[in-house]
Write a new protein. Sequence first.
Length: 213
Amino acid sequence: MLPELTLHTLKQIAYGIAQQFGSNCEVVIHDLTDNNTESSIVDIVNGHVTNRKPGDGPSHVVLEALHGDRSNLHDHLNYLTKTKDGKILKSSTIYIRDGSGEAIGVFGINFDITSLLMIENSIKPLITTETGSDKKEPERISQNVNDLLDELIEQSVRLVGKPVALMTKDDKINAIQFLNNTGAFLITKSGDKVSKYFGISKYTLYSYIDAKN
């Protein structure tokens, strides 16, 4: 568990930020100390933004933190995410660290900018003089780990750039190593689901995880 004083302070800050920016601003606190991939949220204000509540599971960023080197994580600030029901959020993820510099928690801010984007889109034709955009697709915020695993599998397929039926062995190795690097296999029974999706055995799955390209 996060230290009581730390959690109390984070809750105060979360409440203050949510009050400052209103009901479209969700602030969430994840506990990394228990390595819990099923239930990492310990506090959330304005949870209606992503339809999450205390006791729900981790986001993609949190899952990567649980999987990776927690002394070498970098905050993610001012990036786009999206919810399952299509809301576009402006998000920031800040790692809470102990005295040794290891991440023990995550403090996330998700501001719903969907209505602001609608206004922007309505006036953009009037002020735009150049065409073309390199906008990055917003990352989806999942409500539970099963949805998160489905999203990660979809990302692995997009990374390879072809459907599973057309994938070579090397393609599948690349997809599965992507899943491993994102922490997907920390999710309970993920190995069974990934093996079935890619049409391989559990033994082959483990060999692909360990393969060197």
